[in-house]
Design a protein around this ligand. Structure first.
Ligand code: 13P
Length: 343
């Protein structure tokens, strides 16, 4: 069922030079983002902010899809056009975050398991009617003393596979996102090992649960040293380690890999993606972006919650998207940051 539709959607999501904009922050997370610009997180402020991002012009040359939150997919522009309709008109796919968050994993202090499987089949059918063509589920893997355990990795991989199978049954392309967090003082090598184990477990479960890899997109975290590790790796080391880890674990049949930014600055996230695509090495899958913070940061800072700043904020989003698109081809240069400011 839906073979052709799923293949078409997956290919469009990772079309050359295009990536995904994640604007699916849950209530708690968007509040944190709004706190940074001293704006109250009301329904209308959230709608106005997502309106700005969704109605930005000429993004479709860089952005293939946007991931929405449950509240957002049901919202509309001020004149009443539903957001998924605006995206469709602009040539951008509508995606939907369907997990209900990472909760404490019983019997595993400090570790999380992502919830949201109950009633998922029915919710997916509803989202499909609203215009969603792809979905996202984020698992969280924490690195610390003696963690992650195999139990946490297995529980999250199992849930990701159950979610992905239900998505494909509904004709929705699943983004599977096992995020290895940057929090902590671990080394790049430790992040490599954890990411390798996590991806190996994930693809094992996807196979076991009959998920078609050809109709699945991986959203991966990069292999980096922990935020508090005194020895930070340079851009080239991160790119090389990430590619090596992915080559070991990700089947060639996968249509594409998109990265999360995970707390990296916007410029560093772009530089890392660029370095991976600039190596010239032939890889089985395109490497692109699905950033939240690293794409939105300049727009959010420019907007500050004020209608008068909407056009400037949209321009900032357009520029950040353009730079990340260049990084998909390995053509990003730090000077391009300044060019845009001057423009
Ligand atoms: P960040 O790029 O801000 O990490 O967000 C991406 C995302 O969607 C995490 O689930």
């Amino acid at each position: 069922m839906f073979e052709r539709e799923l293949a078409t959607t997956a290919a469009a999501m990772v079309a050359p030079g295009k990536g995904i904009l994640a604007i699916d922050e849950s209530g708690g997370t968007i509040k944190k983002r709004f706190d940074s610009i001293k704006l109250e997180s009301t329904v209308e402020n959230r709608r106005a902010y997502r309106d700005l991002l969704i109605t930005a012009k000429d993004l479709s040359q860089f952005i293939s899809g946007m991931i929405l939150y449950d509240e957002t997919i049901k919202q509309a522009t001020r004149d009443g056009t539903p957001f998924p309709e605006v995206l469709k008109k602009n040539g951008i796919l509508a995606g939907i975050k369907v997990d209900t968050g990472a909760k404490d994993l019983a019997g595993a202090p400090g570790e999380k398991v992502t919830e949201g499987l109950d009633g998922l089949r029915e919710r997916l059918a509803g989202y499909k009617k609203m215009g969603a063509t792809f979905a996202k589920w984020r698992a969280v893997i924490t690195i610390g003393k003696d963690i992650p355990g195999d139990y946490c990795i297995a529980a999250n991989a199992h849930a990701l596979a159950r979610y992905a199978a239900l998505c494909q049954e509904a004709g929705i392309v699943p983004i599977v996102e096992p995020e290895v967090l940057m929090d902590g003082n671990h080394t790049l090598e430790r992040c490599f090992d954890v990411t390798e184990n996590t991806l190996r477990a994930l693809f094992h479960e996807l196979g076991a649960q009959r998920v078609r890899i050809e109709h699945t997109i991986l959203k991966a975290s990069m292999v980096v040293a922990g935020k508090d590790c005194p020895q930070q790796a340079d851009v080239r080391q991160v790119a090389a380690a990430t590619i090596q880890c992915l080559k070991r674990t990700v089947p060639a049949a996968l249509p594409g890999i998109v990265f999360l930014s995970g707390g990296q600055s916007d410029e560093l996230a772009t530089a890392h993606l660029n370095a991976m695509n600039a190596t010239g090495a032939a890889l089985p899958w395109p490497l692109s972006f699905s950033y939240g913070r690293a794409l939105q940061a300049p727009a959010l800072k420019t907007w500050k919650g004020q209608a008068a700043n909407v056009a400037a904020a949209q321009k900032a989003l357009h520029h950040r998207s353009k730079l990340n698109s260049a990084a998909c081809f390995g053509r990003y240069k730090p000077e391009m940051e300044k060019e845009a400011l001057a423009a």
